[in-house]
Design a protein around this ligand. Structure first.
Ligand SMILES: [Fe+2]
Ligand SMILES: [Fe+2]
Length: 247
């Protein structure tokens, strides 16, 4: 447990997890968060106490999707110039995906609760579960690879293209994976287990999150991805606004 929490919370600095959390709450250390933003974050903390298991899973997908954007944008930059992306930022992104996405969201929640719940009732939906499980396994293989490559200072020339390919194919796979879970699997799970079991699962998910990451695992992950985006020049949402179409 401690190991997983460390993976999520460390890396930006070598200070302990607690100190990092304090640092992230300090506007001076988090890229200029305003009092208004801090208040919004506190309100988000309160709202978090009330969210259901399905919402919980979906907002976790939000963190993971932001890692996918980091992967895809980095792949495009690397293709232009193999030295244009700091590897340590990509390593931190892969560590976040490993700790929050694979070790927690996939293993502790989906594979332990959601998938077995959906499979209990054989239907057209339950056939998705085998594919989704295989994609979890493939994703972990790719994350192992990304962590191995990014541990070095530089990507060897012969490995640049396979590395870019791995970033892109991971993003392509997981984008659709999460979308299918959001739109098909989670609704089917909610229907299969009923409201009482869903309430129990909601409480259990919160307990597991706290057990793995401490009190505010989601918020820590959110701060983490924001720091990674900042370090890669991807923090400005407006930069993603599409250009007007040519007339
Ligand atoms: Fe999944
Ligand atoms: Fe998922």
């Amino acid at each position: 447990m401690d190991q997983t929490r460390r993976q999520l919370l460390t890396g930006i600095t070598v200070v302990g997890a607690g100190a990092l959390l304090v640092g992230c709450r300090n506007p001076g250390n988090s890229g200029g968060a305003t009092n208004k933003e801090n208040k919004q974050s506190e309100q988000a903390d309160e709202a978090a106490a009330e969210i259901s298991a399905a919402e919980d899973l979906m907002r976790e997908h939000g963190i993971l999707r932001r890692v996918l954007v980091v992967y895809r944008e980095s792949a495009a930059k690397l293709r232009q110039d193999p030295n244009s992306v700091p590897l340590d930022a990509l390593e931190k992104a892969a560590q976040l995906f490993r700790a929050f996405g694979e070790d927690y969201h996939e293993k502790k929640l989906e594979e332990a609760f959601v998938f077995p719940g959906v499979k209990k009732r054989p239907s057209a939906t339950s056939v998705y579960v085998d594919v989704l499980t295989a994609q979890h396994v493939r994703g972990r293989e790719i994350t192992d690879y990304l962590l191995a490559v990014t541990a070095a200072d530089k990507i060897p020339a012969t490995k640049t293209e396979p590395f870019i390919g791995a970033l892109e194919s991971f993003a392509r796979m997981y984008e659709h994976h999460a979308a299918v879970e959001d739109t098909i699997i989670f609704p089917a799970w909610k229907e299969a287990i009923g409201s009482q079991e869903l309430d129990e699962a909601s409480a259990k998910f919160e307990e597991l999150e706290e057990e793995m990451f401490g009190e505010d695992g989601f918020d820590a992950a959110l701060r983490r991805i924001a720091e990674i985006e900042e370090s890669l020049g991807l923090a400005n949402l407006g930069m993603f606004t599409a250009p007007a179409p040519a007339r």
